[in-house]
Write a protein that binds this ligand. Sequence first.
Ligand SMILES: *[C@@H]1O[C@H](CO)[C@@H](O)[C@H](O)[C@H]1NC(C)=O
Ligand SMILES: *[C@@H]1O[C@H](CO)[C@@H](O)[C@H](O)[C@H]1NC(C)=O
Length: 930
Amino acid sequence: MWPAIHVVATLLSWVHSAQGGLLLPMMIPGAPLASSGASSSFNFSVSLPPATSYSSAFSVSSAAAPTASTTSSRKRAAIPACLKTVELSCLNLAANCIDSVKGGNFNNLWGIPSCVAAATCYGVGDLITSVECQTGFTVTNAAQASLDGSIYAGMVSGCTSCALTQQNYVDFYYGQLSAIGTANWPSSNAIVQAFWSAITAWTATGLSVPYQNFNDWLHYSSYPTIVTTTSTTAVATFTQIPWNPNPAPTSGAISETFVKSTTTVIIAIPKATTTVVVAGTTLTLAPGGTPINVPLPSGVSILSATTPTWNPNIIPPTSVASVTFTAPPSFTTIVAVPTASAAPPKNITGPPGDLNIRGENWWLLVFGPIIGGLLPPDIGIPGGSTPTAAPPADWTGEWSNPEPTSSTSTKSSSASTSTSSSSSCPQPTAVYSLSDDSENADWDGLGADPDRRRSSSTIAARAGRCKPHSHPNPSQHPTMLKAMTLPICQITTGNAIINPNTVSLGGGIYYTIGLKALGGTNTGLSQINVNGRPVGNGGGTVAQEHVFEIGYIKQFFESLNNNGISCTWIVNNVYTRAGWDGRTWALSLLQDIDQTANMVWVDKPMNQAKSNVVNQNKASAADPPQRQNIDKITDFSTPSSVNLIQDAEYFIRNFAALGTYFGSTAATFQATALRIQNRLAQVTPSTPDINLPVAFNSWLRSLVNSYPAGCTSRAANVFNYYRNKMSGVANQHNNGVVPQCFPLFPTGINAQSFAWQNLVPPPPTLPSCNIPGTQGSLQFGINPNGSPENALINFRVLGAGRSDLYSFGTGSDYSDPHFVAADISSIAGCGGAVNIGPSPPGTAYPDAFLSPQCNGQTGKRTVPVSFVVNGQSLSCVSLYSNVPASGGGIGIFILCAGSTAAATSCATSVMTSNYPTGHLLAGPLLFIPS
Ligand SMILES: *[C@@H]1O[C@H](CO)[C@@H](O)[C@H](O)[C@H]1NC(C)=O
Ligand SMILES: *[C@@H]1O[C@H](CO)[C@@H](O)[C@H](O)[C@H]1NC(C)=O
């Protein structure tokens, strides 16, 4: 028997047809007779057609192509960090699944074919964890709707009463791989059969599995735990280890021999930090015997020790038999480690097009294991450690950076020729030390900008992990948490919205004009893929920053408030209001921004320059960015003043490149802005005072529009201010001569601009009237006697998270019952027709989105409404059944199809066969705002 399809149990009202026996779908009982003044309630329901008529069109449109018509989904893609490492065909299915999940269907995973297939190989619990990671929604096993009947029907070739066989399953698995256009197929059929065996072992139903048991397996076979067990095993974590260039005793050595001149000292390999004195020279040794803190003094040697050569590759975990290499979005390969030092290295080829800076996409796995060749920058090794070109902590001796960055190494030759012309010129020091303008103090005092209050000792988690280290006691790591305030509405530091998850950039893009120590006049911005925090111009001089800043949320709501939206409205509808998944909208917005996908590494002066522009400060020629520091330049010879000049030149060069930074990061900026715009489109305020996504887009447009000039004018201002200051110092102290040691002074800069339009997402095309939050009644149509049939209960226009259409429902937002469409093609005369009405979310029904016909009008308007299902705008006809509905009143059904004629003929057919005393209502469906 067809298993129970438990849909909308509370609203469901099965109506037996006059012909008896057959369950007739689509019954929407209970519109009250307004004309009779009946005070009965209104009730809608929809139900599934019988199994035999379950059309494949329904499942295809609702599940197989769930994103086709959803603007908010177009740019989605599986976030690599949300996926665990599995067999590649399975990984592709899981990626397609989590990519297909959107707001309305995260509780209907078993209505998405690729999710059903992915569950069978990836594990139910892990798949749900990955979906949660991707969407940010709270997704549970328990909340999932039953396996979609049409998917099951497809698996068993339409024999829905049949149990699933291994062959059915194998066909389904390969069929889904084909449907998603996979590039990876199982290396053997045995792999797929093994997935099946695991299912039959669980269901204990023998060789085949009936629907109900397979549905049970999908619901109960594994529970995701709150703790991210998948991420601890599957997600790559990386440790940064500083570079120690001193010799180390060979592995396995039991003693260490130091020689200086005629003195020899032999010690046991130290197990703790220790010191040894060799002919009057004191050395400090780390456990294991490597000298630390300073280079091994010249004249001292350590016999048989190995002096390491710099290798920027990730160091695989020690003592493993195989090494896993990963790359986004889904590259994974596991390679056995050569078993002897004489064994040839393994030559591994990365994903196509993934090149290292030498233009190669191969590297070697050598006995040890160590990596030979050069890893492309986005290749990861779970559990590995990445050497950073930084000196170890406590290093006080001379230091030479083993890894001048690729882009700057080519420029260094030209830069050094320009500065070497005057050999008396002081070389710039490595460290950039201009303080921030006081106006640029962190927007929220709590770390809205990731690095403003960052603790320097944190081990960077690489590349945005799913649930990075969550600290049970955030006060232990206050510097890592990001916060959002809105002081204008009394949301300040004490009650700021805080992201409880630590989000920290590891591997990513580093934007730099090259190191300050190279000097010169370069203002060309390079993008470098890095595996972790770059060294930059010394400790703390590279910032991980949000491309789209958290502070924009504050700026946006301040602008609304300045335009008459009250703090009460903002706080009650956004800041403290729980959204679809239980998080407050404010936290969702914060977490939409605070993502590694929205983060890059930049040199501190670039970060400072950007702050001037986005904070809209230091805008005048008389008070340009860094004025206070430039004012401190006193002369051309004392080291502190020379360093100030060199820092100022470096800052100005960064400012000149800021336009290119904005232009280069435009796609990231726009993607994050679109997340915000779509998030705001999910909100249904209690009163329709402003259309949030529309207001956001126009606010952002007018803001960002000012940025190109904001970049170029400030860069020009700060350069002019600097030049005047230098001339003034020269006149006072140097006979009017500025030494040639300061290359920017004579050359000046060309500040770079960019196309601001690329930063802003397309404006929403939402209907202009009856915006979300508008309440009102629905007029079904006009009775033959001329009186209108109105619903007595109120409906509300709801934000649906889309940029083109609203939703329409009976609760306070889209997570409450709202209009969906049930396919009634199986009813005679109703081919291609649907029955629409409100239903709780999370069922298999596609949404029936609301499109009020505003005709350019704004505000609350009585207008005809149409509904859009699966991207098609439908014409609807209301059928007055003249039969009392179970909830009271008289049943009225809204039947819709591609044309009014088709809808009318369907309604006539239903009326003739089931409601002979009913009639069709005339005129359009009208929304009447209250
Ligand atoms: C590794 O393989 C690539 C491509 O097959 C080849 O070009 C490269 O020379 C090989 N490297 C070594 C060291 O054998
Ligand atoms: C809708 O119908 C159900 C079942 O007939 C009933 O329990 C419920 O009270 C009705 N709802 C309203 C709002 O009348």
